[in-house]
Design a protein around this ligand. Sequence first.
Ligand code: CP3
Length: 344
Amino acid sequence: MAQDKLILRALAGETLPTPPIWMMRQAGRYLPEYKATRAQAGDFLSLCYNPELAAEVTLQPIRRYGFDAAILFADILLLPQAMGADLWFVTGEGPRLSTITTADELAALKPLGDIDETLSPIYETIKILRQELPKETTLIGFAGAPWTVATYMIAGKGTPDQGPAHKLKDENRPVFDGLIHQITEGTIAYLSRQIEAGAEVVKLFDSWAESLKGDDFLNYSIKPQQRIIAALKAKYPDTPIIAFPRGAGERYIGLHAATGADCIALDDGVSAEWAAANVQTGGCVQGNLASRHMVTGGDALVSETRAICKAFSNGPHIFNLGHGITPDANPDNVQLMIDTVRGA
Ligand code: CP3
């Protein structure tokens, strides 16, 4: 039953004696079993679009560690691909996309009614997972937030300062606004289908929110997410939503109300004590152990994990890292983190 799932209880606002736990990028290259399945699939995108194998890698960290949530194995760049961008991954470097910087390129994107031609395998993965996940494990679907997705669509790759996206925003506002609008509407359609297929929670990743300054943070990180969340809540009022405006810093204050999200995910740039006093007062928070502890382990991992649990112990909290686990992490440190959270 839904209320037996600890993640759903925390998202409903319950303060639990032990926080439920999952981990960003929990299916990934730090796990030998992931690398084996990825090799079987051929490459990363073939793995994303193979429902059986994508379900398999989603389940691997659940089998190994018993996390309280599984996150669908996919990528935030599949939606741009479904919208008509070319997408490929360069080994050792990361994603590459065809770029959108002109009105003609924006107009050449596919109609949003067509995205399921590309994305239907993702919904199939969700259906398999709902069959195969343990009863107590919550399934999280996700998408990128419009600003973060736009930064990749404009630059054609990841960029340290999101410079090309800022340049388009400042020099050709109609094309930039049009692209944000198109991604926003596409995300509503994509997450709606994920929920209909069986995702029990959805999360928006705004990984590059930090570089939006002044009114841009409100207009391009928060408002598009608010629009997505309002549209989803109108159709699926019982599906909780997590928002992750990474690097928001002091601007994390008030974001439950501003976005309409049930939970705000915190990166490790804010202290747990500060966030308990200033953000958790608005609702459930998720986070925020620095990912480097999964590489370094030891006493620092244990004491920092305990400190985060203690700081957030008077309100709803889901334990997680502040960002994704890195490929050089030691799988034993993940177990140590879980044991510390559950045993503390
Ligand atoms: O386990 C999970 O968290 C679920 C799956 C997931 C992936 N990507 C798989 C993946 C999720 C939720 C994402 C989100 C994602 N993808 C984000 C937002 C979260 C964040 O980390 O800030 C972003 C910015 C992307 C775009 C992306 N995908 C980049 C920049 C890269 C290259 C960097 C890298 O780590 O290689 C990817 C590739 C990617 N997405 C991998 C995985 C497991 C590694 C691919 C591989 O196996 O080679």
